[in-house]
Design a protein around this ligand. Structure first.
Ligand code: PEP
Ligand code: MG
Length: 559
């Protein structure tokens, strides 16, 4: 379906929209549309050489995932409705298991040199039309099964790795692009090239969604809550994005441009590093091993949160023990003995990929996620635990368990981790808990007796404490941790850590806001972990609070 081109676009009339400010800064650039619904606009491209092998791997994975989905649906339908109703899913699974189908699709990829989606659609369409041509009503009725399978496979393909689609030819994915999307899910953020992107504009997404976190860590403006903007702009439309006021101007006039604060139309600079300050540790949050350079540059005193699940999201598949080890060693060796906190995979909710076998959930943020998920998928936990054990040899790693709900679950996680590595050598491993679920915070004293360290994840803690979705722009006006009940809870946790003599840090976004530093310090916090670019600002805030002189002045990228 082609998008409607609006009048505003045709005559380049200036139009101002107001959205939700997610990340400060002001930028002007051309739109690059991110498309998440790949199978609706099925990608078609030619492949050759190793590209052919890659497409065949994609076909096989999509078939495997689809078979898993069908088996799960069959089980549910059989249990809840009955075996007769479940039969159709058995039939679909049998079609998928037919080696002829796989052979025909592989043949199409090989001989026509086409991508996986195109080959799947072509082969299944051919099957369907051959059945439709037969003069038998029963067989004709079965023809639609092939359409169903085609749809399922293409859905899976789209989810395996949704990617940037920019088809107008106008922006050509060039420099200074403003990414416009419905919502920037964690899997879509993987496609954002930080060197080319100067702003994000989305229809949906809350202040602490992962896209917002990414924008702030890149130091680029972001605005969300602009419902319907995708019908108003196309690739190549010029946008002025003000991440402070939340204003987005389509086709800004010369006057508007000259009124835009010149110093704000930045240049995405890298803030100047500030050396560590006494008695307050500032560590860095990273999503990928490749983020480590910025941490070294900003003189991070270690990594306080490595969101290891992003490596999997980026790869679009589970990684092997060796592949994980490779990434973990890169981070550990760059930090040269400083503390590195590897948060175990925090899958679920918005970080869900089809190959993980997480069923569709009514309420994913309260569903199969974090440690709950890892305890149910011990094979995934085992691979990661073994990679971490190998990373620890000759040194020390900190392993942190996500979304812990109580002391019992923490102990179960530790047991499962140790069971996974009991037959291999390892170095020093410290086990930590994340405080992001209120029930765990209320039991902080007991958890701190068992844990070696802990970190407070204020992004999720705010969400669960105040029952306010961090991803939802409609309720973001109420997503505000700065209330007495929140600070009391932080104090409770810090007293528990102090009494147990265990280190405690805060690794949610709030820790990177200089305006909260005095509240954190009053609550007993003396260690935070923030996006690498936030480190200088946080150190300036601490220095000011403690009356320490440090060179330079606070940076441009405050939130
Ligand atoms: C948090 O919840 O505060 C946190 C740091 O984890 P994430 O943002 O990855 O959920
Ligand atoms: Mg969290």
């Amino acid at each position: 379906m082609r998008r409607k081109v609006t009048m505003a676009e045709t005559i380049h009339r200036e139009t101002t929209l107001e959205g939700l400010a997610l990340s400060k800064g002001c930028a002007v650039g051309k739109v690059c549309m991110f498309n998440e619904n790949r199978h609706r606009t099925m990608p078609m491209y030619k492949v050759e050489g190793t590209g052919i092998d890659l497409e065949i791997v994609r076909v096989k994975r999509a078939m495997e995932i689809s078979r898993g989905q069908l088996e799960e649906i069959r089980g549910k339908v059989e249990k809840n409705i009955g075996p007769a109703e479940a039969e159709i899913f058995v039939a679909h699974k049998m079609i998928l298991e037919d080696p002829q189908l796989l052979d025909d699709i592989i043949k199409a990829v090989n001989e026509e040199g086409v991508n996986a989606e195109f080959a799947i659609a072509h082969v299944l369409d051919t099957y369907e039309s051959k059945l439709m041509a037969l003069d038998d009503e029963y067989i004709k009725a079965r023809a639609s099964d092939f359409g169903e399978i085609r749809r399922r496979l293409l859905d899976v393909m789209g989810d395996i790795r949704p990617t940037l689609k920019c088809d107008s030819g106008q922006c050509r994915r060039g420099r200074n692009r403003v990414i416009v999307a419905g919502e920037l899910t964690p899997s879509l953020t993987v496609d954002v090239d930080p060197n080319l992107t100067i702003a994000f504009v989305t229809e949906h997404g809350g202040v602490n969604s992962h896209a917002a976190i990414l924008a702030r860590s890149l130091g680029i403006p972001a605005v969300s809550g602009l419902h319907g903007i995708r019908d108003m702009v196309g690739c190549g439309t010029e946008l002025l994005v003000d991440g402070e006021s939340g204003e987005v101007v389509i086709w800004p006039s010369d006057d508007t441009m000259s009124n835009a604060r010149a110093e704000d139309l930045q240049k995405r600079g890298v803030p100047e590093a500030v050396a560590p300050v006494d008695d307050f540790k500032v560590q860095a949050n990273i999503n990928w091993a490749s983020d480590i350079e910025a941490c070294v540059e900003m003189q991070a005193e270690g990594i306080g949160l490595y969101r290891t699940e992003f490596e999997i999201i980026a790869a679009g598949q589970l990684l092997t023990e060796d592949e994980l080890l490779d990434r973990y060693l890169t981070v550990a060796s760059a930090m040269a003995g400083k503390m590195v906190v590897f948060r175990l995979f925090d899958f679920g909710s918005d970080k869900k990929l089809p190959f993980m076998g997480i069923p569709e959930e009514e309420n994913p943020s309260l569903g199969w996620r974090g440690s709950r998920f890892l305890l149910g998928k011990k094979d995934i936990l085992r691979t990661q635990a073994r990679a971490l054990a190998r990373t620890s040899i000759g040194g020390r790693v900190h392993v942190m368990y996500p979304m812990i709900v109580d002391a019992r679950q923490f102990l179960d996680m530790k047991q499962a981790f140790m069971d996974s590595i009991c037959d291999i050598p390892f170095g020093v491993i410290r086990h930590g808990a994340m405080f992001e679920v209120p029930s765990a915070c209320l039991q902080a004293d007991e958890i701190m007796m068992h844990a070696d360290f802990a970190s407070i994840g204020t992004n999720d803690l705010t969400q669960y404490l105040f029952a306010v979705d961090r991803e939802n722009d409609l309720v973001s006006y109420d997503y505000n941790p700065d209330r007495p009940v929140f600070w009391n809870l932080i104090r409770t946790i810090s007293i528990a850590a102090e009494e147990a003599g265990k280190p405690l840090s805060v690794c949610g976004e709030l820790a990177g806001y200089p305006r909260f530093i005095d509240r954190l310090v009053s609550a007993g916090i003396n260690r935070v972990s923030v996006s690498p670019r936030r480190i200088p600002d946080v150190r300036h805030a601490i220095a000011e609070l403690k009356g320490i002189e440090i060179p330079g002045s606070p940076v441009t990228f405050s939130i």
